[in-house]
Ligand binder design. Structure first.
Ligand code: M6R
Length: 602
């Protein structure tokens, strides 16, 4: 979603802004712009399209020591140059960038901006006009900004510049992410530390409702009440090499290939050689005292939640529900007496999940965030955090975060099960099993050429497809379908194999691709029965089967691993199928249309 960068006190401002925006490209956007100022000139450049287009438009002449930049993912108004940020007030005094959604923009417009002709269709322009309006009433820039913040409802990260002052940047946030980076003789702001990691590793968090005044050598943080806030910096543990593609053509392929290493890292981070768990004892005690686990997540993280439900119920014998954040927040189910909430989120910034966490905190229930991003909003606001240790995930299509989430959930379920003395939790050695998983993933990854050919044979021409399976294979089918549809645009359903005959089988016609997961002896015969049913109606069936239940003409054979961990291996060919099908169709694998990596609006 929208990304913000800004800098004050650096003569290399233009290049730092453009490079920062390039690093934020992965979040998803459809237009971009920068504003650069110094004492002699103020210049604004915006464009629809990519940062490379913006770079060309900027050219080499734009210089200054203060600037703000933005990537926009359209919400209010289409992706056009006029709607791109930064936005300028009609009196030409202020320039603003914004990430988030202003909910009461119409009311603000009607109440305060009568007679002002707006240039764009954005909610952001309302804010910059509002600040200008308050400043015209005689308020200082900071007071005008503060007054605007007091009447604005919604989510935002703002960076504001007064064109007459090229030494000061004003920023504020509510619900949307924004960090301050501390440079040597300059300071920066960014939606994500990745954007400025080549400038500094020292970052400061901003809390919701705070206003920050930033100069080259000072950071003034204050609450809405005016009370000053002192805060220590933290060191961002991001390695620049982790956010480069290296020799890979796409991040998605790199991230698929990294999965075996991520499994080994998770084992190392969370389990000692003697089998003890490196997990906060208070977290386990709180979970033990609860009577039900509620996993709340979106998209791929929700799909990882489905697999984890089975793992928790099997190893820790605790009833576990999985809920979509966007549904849960506004339709709270009847909760158990002692609920425990787990928020699964790669980015830790997903607005749908965050609104649930805010509610859960208000209700006083304990919560855990499992995320890939240390210091992210969901991590800061939950009682406990466990990190995925997957390294930055850049491709919009989540791959290594999915498998990392399942692996970390397994660690947690086993630790809880052992604490509760559940026999099933003691029945296997997790270090050994995760090591087998890593090797199994490597086997699948080594079969890329075969999977490329299968994608060509089954998916090249099709407009729709199905993944089917039963039990945990059904859960993996949902993730496999999401992967394929979000990047290749093939309309794909992940379906419970046994449910097809209750209606959906009507969609099967000559040549419809149906990819079936068969990994479990208990359901294999039944799923094979469903495979025959769709074959009889013309489906083009591809079977992905575990070795132990495979048949001679199955197309993809998965190495056997612990039954609870099978999804970690079975999802890999599905990720590769999605990757190759997308390449064959000529689409950008890493940046699918309409999507954002970090979904910071509800
Ligand atoms: O950062 P999160 O895990 O909270 O993100 C949730 C979803 O937006 C995300 O998984 C999305 O579905 C991906 N595009 C899937 O590949």
């Amino acid at each position: 979603m929208c990304g913000i960068v800004g800098i004050v006190g650096n003569p290399n401002t233009t290049e730092i802004l453009l490079k920062g925006l390039e690093k934020l490209e992965y979040r998803g956007y459809d237009s971009a712009g920068i504003f650069v100022a110094d004492t002699n000139s103020n210049q604004l450049v915006k464009t629809k399209g990519r940062i490379k287009d913006l770079r060309e438009k900027v050219g080499t002449e734009l210089t200054g020591t203060l600037g703000i930049g933005h990537t926009r993912w359209a919400t209010h108004g289409p992706a056009t140059e006029i709607n791109a940020h930064p936005h300028t007030s009609t009196n030409q005094k202020f320039v603003l960038v914004h990430n988030g959604v202003i909910e009461n923009y119409q009311e603000l417009k009607d109440t305060y901006l009568a007679g002002i002709a707006l240039e764009s269709e954005t909610d952001t322009e309302i804010v910059v006009q509002l600040i200008a309006r308050f400043a015209e009433d005689g308020l200082s820039v900071k007071e005008a900004f503060k007054k605007a913040l007091a009447v604005i409802e919604g989510s935002y990260a703002f960076a504001l510049v007064d064109k007459a002052d090229s030494d000061t940047l004003y920023v504020a946030k509510n619900k949307s992410p924004l960090l301050i980076g501390l440079g040597a003789d300059f300071n920066v702001i960014c939606s994500d530390a990745m954007a400025m990691i080549d400038q500094t590793k020292q970052f400061l968090e901003i809390a919701d409702g705070e206003l920050v005044t930033l100069t080259a050598d000072s950071v003034g943080i204050e609450k809405a009440t005016g009370e000053k806030v002192e805060r220590s910096a933290f060191t961002a543990e991001i390695d620049l090499a982790d956010i480069e593609k290296g020799t890979y053509p796409f991040y998605m392929l790199k991230e698929i290939d990294e999965q075996p290493a991520v499994m080994r890292r998770i084992a190392k981070e969370y389990v000692t050689d003697s089998g003890e768990f490196a997990i906060d004892a208070n977290l386990l005690a709180t979970m033990q005292a609860s009577d039900r686990i509620y996993i709340v997540a979106c998209g791929t993280s929700a799909n990882a939640g489905w697999v984890s439900k089975q793992i928790f119920e099997s190893l820790a014998k605790v009833p576990t529900e999985i809920h979509l954040s966007s549904e849960f927040g506004y339709n709270l189910p009847l909760l158990s007496e002692k609920p425990f909430f787990i928020f699964l989120s790669q980015s830790g910034e997903t607005a749908d999940s965050r609104q649930v966490l805010v509610k859960i905190n208000e209700l006083g229930y304990p919560s855990l965030t499992i995320t890939n991003v240390a210091g992210s909003t969901l991590s800061r606001e939950a009682q406990y955090t466990l990190l995925l240790h997957a390294g930055p995930e850049i491709a919009v299509a989540s791959t290594k975060a999915y498998t990392a989430q399942i692996a970390v959930m397994t660690v947690l379920a086993k630790a809880l099960g052992e604490k509760k003395e559940i026999p099933e939790a003691f029945a296997f050695n997790l270090l050994h099993e995760l090591s087998l998983v890593a090797t199994g993933m490597e086997t699948m990854i080594s079969e890329k050429h075969l999977i490329d050919e299968l994608a060509q044979a089954y998916l090249k021409e099709t407009r729709n497809a199905f993944y089917i399976g039963r039990s945990v294979d059904y859960y993996v089918s949902m993730e496999a379908a999401l992967k394929l549809k979000e990047i290749s645009y093939v309309q794909t359903e992940g379906f419970a194999a046994g449910e097809l005959k209750h209606g959906t089988i009507a969609l099967i016609e000559e040549g419809t691709p149906v990819m079936a997961f068969i990994t479990d002896a208990a359901t294999a015969a039944h799923t094979r029965g469903n495979v025959r049913e769709v074959e009889s109606r013309g489906a083009n069936v591809l079977v992905i089967a575990s070795e132990s239940v495979s048949k001679a003409d199955d197309q993809i054979i998965l190495p056997n691993v612990h039954p609870l961990l099978t999804p970690l291996v079975s999802v890999v060919p599905a990720q590769l199928i999605a990757y190759y099908a997308t390449l064959q169709r000529g689409y950008d694998v890493d940046k699918p249309r309409n999507l954002a990596k970090s979904v910071t609006v509800e």
